[in-house]
Ligand binder design. Structure first.
Ligand code: PSU
Ligand code: MN
Length: 302
């Protein structure tokens, strides 16, 4: 038996068939520094509520899967040290052994499926890391998108990743990659990249219908919606490129590997941009939450 604890708000939304948007918790524990991590988590939830949908932030606490967290739990996750970062490989083990951990994109998709939630908002997904031809470091997020029927709204893929290879893996895995209201595949801190997204949609209703159609056709897997960062919050790629290269060089020199790579790079880029990367990150996560709420509302009518 999976021990699932729904917040009162999510429980009521489920009973009423209301739109619900899943949110991950690794962004809180490993993606942003305190106190902004806790402030943003609460703000993103309010963004979703203000559009008439209900947020469901996921985490594993003492072997129970929580779907919807209260303010005290968000605060304690945001200040705790050494919280596990749970992905597909260790999610079940954590539940089975009374563990505590934050959910990545992959684990949040699994949790959303268990809770019957079809839409999930985050900042950026994991992808194919630079040098993957040597390290084989490809995020489990990509394979999850191929098999779990959740539409994930993200701001594209970060330039800490090998973005062309990330798109290739998504194509091989049959994951629809849908740019929102533009042709270019967004590059997280920048609204556009030199890469064209395979698909483009200009409204939430189309994205919801495409999600629904995959279900009707019995095609497993989800969709990746690539929502560009608002223009006024962008950081030009030329400013970031040398900073990312420096962070990557440091990671390689220190032998950082596995689950540590993404948090290490995010933290170093935060330091090297003197916090500017975080300001952009906050703007894009909130923007993604709003689009996810619109998609969830459309899906609730289908
Ligand atoms: N990208 C971000 N912020 C994050 C993450 C990725 O911009 O917080 C987190 C997400 O939880 C994502 C995970 O699922 O890192 C990917 O980790 P890995 O590369 O180890 O699969
Ligand atoms: Mn990895």
């Amino acid at each position: 038996m999976i021990d699932i604890q729904y917040s009162a708000e999510v429980q009521a939304a489920r009973a009423a068939g209301k739109a619900i948007v899943a949110l991950e918790s690794t962004i809180i524990t490993h993606g942003m520094p305190y106190p902004q991590n806790v402030e943003v988590a609460a703000q993103v939830e309010d963004d979703i509520r203000s559009l008439g949908a209900v947020p469901a932030t996921m985490a594993v606490l003492d072997g129970t899967l929580h779907v919807g967290l209260d303010a005290e739990t968000l605060q304690s996750l945001g200040t705790a040290q050494g919280v596990a970062k749970l992905s597909r490989a260790d999610f079940a083990a954590s539940l089975a052994t009374g563990g505590t951990g934050a959910t990545t994109v992959a684990a949040t998709m699994i949790a959303a499926r268990l809770a019957g939630i079809k839409v999930f908002a985050t900042g950026g997904i994991g992808g194919v890391h630079k040098g993957a031809e040597h390290s084989f470091d490809i995020s489990a997020d990509l394979l999850e998108l191929a098999q779990t029927p959740v539409t994930v709204v993200a701001a594209g893929a970060k330039a800490i990743l090998d973005v062309p290879k990330t798109l290739e893996v998504l194509e091989t895995q049959g994951v629809p990659v849908i740019a929102y209201r533009q042709d270019s595949f967004p590059a997280f801190w920048s609204a556009t990249s030199e890469l064209k997204a395979p698909l483009r949609m200009d409204n939430a209703a189309s994205i919801a219908r495409a999600h629904h159609m995959r279900g009707e056709m019995n095609i497993p897997g989800g969709q990746l919606v690539a929502n560009p960062i608002p223009e006024d919050a962008q950081i030009p790629a030329e400013i970031l490129a040398p900073i990312i290269a420096q962070a990557q060089t440091e990671a390689d020199a220190q032998g950082v590997s596995g689950k540590e790579v993404t948090p290490f790079l995010l933290q170093r880029i935060f330091e090297l941009t003197e916090g500017r990367s975080l300001v952009a990150n906050i703007a894009l996560v909130r923007n993604n939450a709003r689009l996810a709420a619109e998609i969830a509302k459309e899906l609730a009518t289908l």
